[in-house]
Design a binder for this molecule. Structure first.
Ligand code: ZN
Ligand code: ZN
Length: 388
């Protein structure tokens, strides 16, 4: 079942609000959530629709009293037969909104008017994949890139009209770009079906672009990959997307980086981890070992009696953090010591291990049985023995 929306709540007014108060609340909200002010914002658009529906009902004394008394088909949205649902069949694009508002707010007095010419359009954003080496990801790099995109047709300079001809004013809408049906408060406006809202039509299309004004092309770029990117990072390169239309700004280019992994340095969050194998004697007696860093090598002191899995950190010598300023902040290098246990022993090693086993003859597992559960189990079995 459809729910009954709370139109008073939608407009943020009291149930006893006067017609004037409702009108004021509606105007304020309608301006705030108007699609022109919130381009590409679906939630604002949905909110605007709700507000319009609420006003459609509460702004009309007859519908309001019907709504207040709990009668009438007031449900969310305006489905088939939705009665007073209001805006259900409207095409909510910028043009029709502008038209509705210009009627509501008295045209130019509110500073709004129906657009007669399509406004400049920002170029489309593009996405491209870039493969880089581990070193390039750490240090940053400039890489060549080929990006397929639309570009302004040079034959017609983007007009779409055959050179020597010009687009003519659309005979259907007479250049307004919109068609209007009905009149008064809620006239319905749609982009013109002949010219699609452009206000002009092309009679002789440009032979190069078939009238679209744009051609497919592959643009060669050199892009700067900042230091510290990871596999799967998304980087915005401002203004390198498709060119704008009618004088609009270009779109942006988003790069998805693919980084060849290093066999040595493994990403762990902001840090790199490096596995450092130790021989059994090195782990037992301690040692000084050479380990790789991002720009050379360093000596690490391994303490006597180092356990398998022990980690030593070199703070601030790890990978740079993306967009962390100049010089960038850096993560750490984590050296994880792992004891290299041979799978097979030479006969010399075999005899040494024999000797070792004679001296290392304690029971490291004794503590596993020191707990109460283990002694309970023993008591239980002794009791069983006694009963037998
Ligand atoms: Zn037209
Ligand atoms: Zn062309």
């Amino acid at each position: 079942m459809a729910t009954r929306p709370d139109y008073y709540k939608t407009l943020g007014v009291d149930k006893r609000a006067s017609a004037e108060e409702i009108k004021k609340a509606y105007r304020k909200l309608a301006r705030q959530y108007h699609p022109d002010r919130n381009p590409d914002d679906k939630s604002a658009e949905a909110r605007f629709k709700e507000i319009s529906q609420a006003h459609d009902v509460l702004g009309d004394p007859e519908k309001r009293s019907q709504y207040d008394s709990g009668t009438g088909p007031f449900t969310t949205g305006a489905g088939p037969g939705g009665g007073f649902g209001g805006f259900g069949n409207f095409d909510f694009d910028g043009n029709s909104m502008g038209d509705i508002l210009s009627n509501l707010f008295g045209g130019s007095a509110s500073g709004r008017r129906v657009r007669t010419k399509p406004r400049p359009e920002k170029g489309a954003d593009l996405e491209a994949q870039v493969s880089i080496t581990f070193d390039q990801a750490v240090s940053g790099a400039q890489v060549p890139l080929q990006v397929p995109m639309h570009a302004t047709c040079t034959t017609c300079r983007g007009t779409g009209a055959k050179p020597g001809t010009t687009p003519i004013v659309c005979p259907r809408c007479e250049g307004r770009g919109i068609e209007t049906q009905g009149q008064g408060m809620f006239s319905i406006s749609q982009p013109c079906s002949r010219c699609g809202g452009a206000g002009t039509v092309i009679e002789d299309p440009c032979p190069t672009c078939q009238g679209s004004g744009a051609v497919r092309t592959v643009k060669k770029l050199r892009v700067n990959i900042p230091a510290g990117v990871r596999d799967g990072s998304r980087i915005r390169i401002a203004g390198k997307g498709e060119p704008g239309r009618r004088g609009g700004p270009p779109g942006d280019l988003y790069l998805i980086t693919h980084v060849t992994p290093s066999p040595v340095f493994k990403r762990k969050g902001d840090n790199f981890e490096i596995e450092v194998p130790l021989t059994i004697p090195e782990a037992l007696r301690g040692a000084e070992v050479q380990v790789p860093t991002l720009n050379g090598s360093k000596t690490l002191r391994v303490a006597p009696g180092t356990a398998h899995g022990t980690v030593q950190r070199l703070r601030g010598e790890g990978p740079p953090k993306l967009n962390s300023g100049s010089p960038p902040q850096r993560g750490d290098l984590h050296y994880r010591f792992v004891i290299d246990v041979p799978k097979e022993l030479s006969s010399d090693q075999q005899s040494v291990v024999e000797e070792m086993s004679k001296v290392f003859n304690g029971d490291p597992r004794a503590k596993l049985f020191a707990g109460s559960r283990a002694s309970d189990a023993r008591t239980a079995s002794e009791a069983g023995d006694g009963a037998a």
